[in-house]
Design a protein around this ligand. Structure first.
Ligand code: 6R9
Length: 650
């Protein structure tokens, strides 16, 4: 993979006009590591502050004296940075281009002035409804401009938003509302994706009937498809009605740099999803700076990130980074294959998109339909491509490069996480030669290291677990409501370091190749699912005694979900029950957690102390029974034999 033939050297024409050359990258990287205060102090000047910070970095990963603070005495408002400060020079510039699910419906252009007014009106309405600084607001919306408006309105009044992806089911919504004790929910009548309607308001209604959700006083409902929905008065209010007559101006809340901006739930290896908490200044500095540097942003770019605002990529690289930079960002409601598989490329031509950022899973799916649906479009406007969410296989990388980009556009393969707030490992297109499949080099200030299972740091060419030895401004600050869990999850495994949960290889040129999660998190189409979450959903079913879930390699999704299920005594496996259990998981968590395979397991392989040996289950799921490894600690080896036989269809 790292043979010289597969290196794409920096294109000199691109480098000539790019923000960073190789020399600049090396010089600034060295400075960022040598003197983080000077470097990040200077970067922070890109924002508008009510009170500029005098202290830059205050971080210790030492467990006896743990703290992560950036710009701690600074004061600012995130929405002012994304809106107000652009009004003078960019008031009429398009902030958001809204492309609807149905290509025959007109696209919408929202200028910075419009977006400012819309965010202010909603912010005023929220204040009138009793929402203030520090209150939590759950946002459960489709990919429509109101989702962006809602986030900015919260930021304006210092409310902490928690966006829940529209594909989550009522139980998952309820868990997130309960954990964050949200006071208000913003949703819409329905969502629309690929022509299919999603009953968002009905899902919220169902969620609010579940225990732990009575913190919610108000539900604001955006009229989107116009479907009739149940409105429960006085709890439920139409969006149009609450913003009606509200002033276009709204006094922004003065926020301390370390005041929370948002909570975003993400799956971990154990228990329920964690509320990843990001704060105001460090997060925004990092999102804005990485967005500009990594995408080599220019004033007239039309930038499109295909993520959903329900994920961190949507937060940092549809909303906060681009808007803080005064960029034009496209918001897409639809899916890549509706009305046909040329949709992405048609949208690029229609809006003259220059920068396109998507996920490997989408590329792999579109690759199956061949070149024709791509080649019949122009795509001449494109100049830079990006990927995120999972490792990109070199074959998909080459197709993206050759077919989508016509061999003209560099690809930035950006590695990062919900926890990191922004991109940490990536090429800068004018500075770093590309290697298909490698996220390549650390961004400014980022210090990756590889460690073995004992925490021994590995030098040079090596493969191990990826840790970060130093902080960066966009780092998460805590798990909402459980600081101990934050420290234990990320800082205990390799003391003195942040542990990413990813495995990684470093080649002889110092390039990083992420190999995937080393914990019990499955990355399905770039979305994180905890094995424990799927297992808990399965065992809730009255006929299930026990379940174990692992990831397995999946051609399109990167990883798929493989569930082993043991039924309670007296229940017999059947095709009908298998379907019922798969539907059950969809209903409990949401469609993104749908198991791809469900294998009946008369018993699960356990150690003598009762721990499920997932390593063995992974190998069976991968169809590699010859690589089970050491099985000497198994309590009952015959269990493995029967699982292998069933898998092989014996
Ligand atoms: C931004 C985002 C994080 C996990 C991460 C890793 C995987 C993300 C990647 C990548 C290889 C890339 N991941 N980007 N693996 N190359 N360019 O995806 O956040 O949803 O929290 O997922 O995704 O395994 O640990 P999140």
């Amino acid at each position: 993979m790292s043979n010289p033939a597969s290196v794409h050297p920096v294109d000199p024409a691109f480098a000539a006009n790019s923000r960073y050359t190789r020399e600049e990258y090396e010089r600034q990287y060295a400075e960022s590591v040598r003197d983080p205060d000077a470097f990040w102090g200077r970067v922070a000047e890109r924002l508008d502050w009510f009170k500029p910070p005098t202290k830059i970095k205050n971080v210790s990963y030492d467990l006896s004296d743990f703290r992560i603070k950036w710009y701690e005495d600074g004061e600012l408002n995130v929405s002012v940075n994304c809106l107000d400060r652009h009004l003078a020079a960019r008031g009429d510039k398009t902030a958001l281009l809204f492309e609807r699910d149905d290509p025959n419906q007109p696209a919408e252009r929202i200028t910075y002035r419009d977006l400012h007014a819309r965010a202010c009106r909603l912010a005023n309405a929220l204040r009138n409804l009793g929402v203030g600084k520090g209150d939590r607001v759950t946002i459960y919306l489709p990919m429509i401009p109101e989702a962006v408006v809602a986030m900015l309105a919260c930021a304006r009044i210092g409310a902490i938003h928690t966006v829940v992806f529209g594909g989550f089911a009522p139980n998952s919504i309820a868990d997130r509302i309960a954990d964050s004790a949200s006071k208000l929910v913003i949703t819409s009548d329905e969502g629309l994706r690929g022509g299919k309607k999603i009953a968002l308001k009905a899902n919220v209604d169902a969620a609010l009937k579940l225990p732990g959700t009575n913190s919610v006083e108000t539900v604001i409902v955006v009229r989107h498809t116009g479907a009739a929905v149940d409105m429960q008065m006085p709890r439920d209010r139409w969006y149009d009605a609450v913003v009606e007559g509200q002033p276009d101006e709204c006094e922004p809340e003065r926020m301390n740099a370390e005041d929370p901006l948002f909570i975003l739930y993400t799956s971990g290896s154990t228990g329920k999803p964690k509320g990843v908490l990001h704060t105001s200044a460090g997060y925004l500095v990092y999102a804005a700076f990485t967005h500009e540097a990594v995408f080599d942003l220019r004033e007239d770019d039309v930038y499109w990130c295909t993520a959903d605002v329900g994920w961190v990529t949507g937060h940092s690289y549809i909303v906060y980074g681009p808007l803080a930079n005064g960029a034009t960002a496209l918001v897409f409601e639809g899916v890549p294959n509706y009305p046909d598989v040329s949709r992405f490329w048609n949208v690029i031509d229609k809006h003259q998109v220059t920068i396109f950022y998507t996920a490997p899973t989408a590329i792999r799916a579109l690759m199956r339909d061949g070149e024709e649906p791509v080649k019949k479009t122009s795509r001449q406007s494109l100049r830079l491509l990006g990927t995120v969410g999972e490792p990109i296989n070199p074959e998909a990388w080459r197709w993206y490069y050759d077919v989508v980009g016509d061999g003209r556009c560099p690809i930035v393969d950006t590695w990062w996480q919900t926890e990191t707030g922004g991109i940490l490992i990536t090429p800068l297109a004018g500075a770093i030669d590309l290697k298909p499949g490698s996220a390549s080099k650390p961004f400014f200030g980022v210090q990756p290291a590889l460690v073995d299972a004992n925490g021994q740091v590995l030098d040079g060419e090596a493969e191990g677990n990826l840790v970060l030895t130093a902080s960066w401004p966009g780092q998460m600050r805590t798990v909402y409501g459980d600081h101990q869990r934050f420290i234990e999850t990320y800082f205990k495994t390799y003391p003195g370091n942040y542990f990413t949960g990813d495995g990684c290889r470093r080649d002889a040129d110092g390039y990083y190749w992420i190999t995937g999660r080393v914990d019990d998190v499955i990355n399905v189409s770039g979305h994180r699912i905890g094995t424990a979450e799927v297992e808990s959903a399965l065992v809730l079913h009255p006929k299930v005694a026990e379940a174990a879930v692992v990831g397995f390699p999946h051609e399109l999704k990167g990883q798929g979900i493989y569930a082993y299920v043991t039924l309670i005594a007296g229940e017999a496996p059947s095709e009908e029950l298998r379907k019922e259990l798969v539907a059950w998981v969809r209903k409990e968590i949401g469609p993104i957690a749908t198991p791809d395979h469900l294998q009946w397991a008369p018993g699960l392989p356990k150690t003598r102390s009762g721990k499920i040996m997932r390593r063995i289950l992974r190998k069976i799921a991968e169809n590699a029974p010859d690589q089970l490894g050491d099985t000497s600690t198994l309590a009952d080896p015959s269990v493995v034999e029967s699982l292998v036989n069933e898998r092989l269809g014996k």
